[in-house]
Design a protein around this ligand. Structure first.
Ligand SMILES: [Zn+2]
Length: 459
């Protein structure tokens, strides 16, 4: 969301007449040609999402209203895995097929293009209706189980974020969302767990508001008629009380999760500064790996500390695209390894951020080679207290904002007064190395991602 939108069409018209400079959102992939048109990244202003689930008919439908700003003229770029069933732009109905799924020009992923020309600097309202993906909801015992359970490594077609469940943009964009869920023909009791603000809830209707700094990888929403044990506490943070909710299938897991959560919150606040989210929510799974959201996680007990570290780096300071995802995994893994200092790096270098523009997923090498890069930076800055104070400053200045790899490099160089261009060329951009598929390198040290079958059982 960009504050300048407040000033309305006049300012946009003035901007158009005064300057030919483009204002593409930071971190967005570049525009590309499609036939005679240009496909352009757009900036979501906000989204209203209404989901209706019929527990008897076992069907789910979605209706999204997206207001977006187009910084350049052309066909808007966005995403959604499900096929639209109805479509309208600025009040005019369109054939649903005009929100077409295509391969990204670099072949990394699939995306959607709205094949309607919009003007530069225009604000637009897009309405999309669709069937909620049947593989992402379970109908059981007269109710439903649905979780926005995401993945950022190795997902098929690299589409692991909000686009699995609803219309969405790419990860560079942040936007607020109001989510309403209505249950029809349900005779079951549900529990709702979310990192948004619960505006209202009844047996059949739920309204949740998510804040403007959330990106497509931030939203945590879990509505289920599984019976979960819940433990809650207020953790007295450095600057504010933090409501902590931990839930699990057993009281033992929930209790141990709450204890671990408050301990690591204290450690991380001491190291990196005050927690930045409105609440902390953790779903403790009996086994498996973990995944982070803004102030929420689904995680095994053993991965809990790693996932909570992501509340500072990943969902505090947020990767602006797949070429920045290595930063937070490298930091969290460096912490998992107890912050070792490395005087040298491997002679062969490593590839962490040199991928094509539409890369979405984080390379597995982030957990191993990336963590070593952080340990080496710590060694280089040892005369000034190491890397941790610099990361604390990074969090202080960039929390709730996106960061790219060049921005991260520039920040660390400014803070340390060292030129790191050679180090980044060899050990981050993999200069001189062959480009390899990012998910092929396995690391035994990191909590593995949950599988689709596990997510289905867990919701
Ligand atoms: Zn991680």
């Amino acid at each position: 969301m960009k504050p300048a939108l407040r000033f309305g069409p006049l300012i946009w018209a003035l901007a158009l007449s005064c300057s030919l400079a483009t204002a593409l959102p930071e971190g967005a992939p570049p525009p590309f040609a499609l036939g005679a048109e240009t496909v352009v990244p757009v900036d979501f202003y906000d989204m209203d999402l209404d989901l209706v689930f019929d527990a008897l008919a076992k069907t789910g439908t979605g209706r999204a209203i997206i207001r977006f700003h187009a910084p350049e003229a052309g066909y808007p770029l966005m995403d959604m895995v499900a096929e639209p069933t109805a479509l309208s732009l600025n009040g005019s109905p369109l054939a649903p097929s005009l929100l077409e799924e295509i391969n990204s020009p670099d072949g990394r992923t699939k995306i959607r293009v709205l094949k309607q020309h919009v003007f530069a600097f225009s604000m637009n309202t897009l309405e999309i209706q669709y069937r909620f993906p049947s593989e992402e909801v379970t109908y059981a015992n007269g109710g439903i189980r649905v979780g926005f359970f995401m993945g950022d490594v190795g997902s098929e077609n690299q589409r692991g974020f909000l686009e699995k469940f609803a219309p969405s943009n790419l990860e560079f964009d942040s936007f607020p969302m109001t989510l309403r869920v209505h249950l029809k023909n349900s005779n079951s009791t549900h529990q709702l767990f979310t990192n948004g603000e619960i505006i209202s809830q009844s047996e059949t209707d739920y309204t949740v508001r998510f804040p403007p700094y959330f990106t497509p990888s931030s939203f945590y929403f879990h509505l289920t008629n599984q019976d979960f044990q819940v433990r809650q506490a207020t953790y007295q943070g450095l600057t504010a009380p933090i409501p902590v909710t931990v839930y699990a299938s057993s009281t033992d897991l929930a209790s141990r999760g709450l204890s671990s959560a408050t301990n690591v919150l204290s450690e991380l606040e001491q190291t990196y500064g005050p927690f930045t989210h409105e609440r902390a929510v953790a779903y403790i799974t009996p086994n498996g790996g973990g995944m982070e959201y803004c102030g929420a996680t689904i995680t095994s007990l053993s991965a809990l500390e790693h996932e909570f570290t992501h509340f500072w780096f990943a969902r505090g300071v947020m990767p602006i695209n797949g070429n920045a995802g290595w930063i937070d995994e490298a930091i969290a893994s460096w912490r998992d390894n107890n912050y070792p200092s490395h005087s040298t790096l491997s002679s062969s270098g490593s590839l962490l951020a040199g991928f094509p523009d539409f890369q979405r997923m984080t390379p597995m090498a982030a957990y191993s080679s990336g963590a070593r890069v952080m340990g080496h930076l710590d060694y280089l800055f040892r005369a000034n207290g190491g890397l941790k104070p610099i990361l604390k400053e990074l969090f202080s200045e960039h929390k709730r904002q996106g960061i790219s790899t060049p921005e991260f490099q520039a920040f660390v160089e400014t803070q340390s007064g060292k030129d790191l261009s050679g180090l980044f060329a060899k050990h981050v951009y993999g200069t001189g190395r062959r480009l390899e598929a990012p998910s092929k390198v396995e690391s035994p040290h990191h909590p593995r991602p949950f599988t689709a079958a596990e997510y289905k059982a867990l919701r």
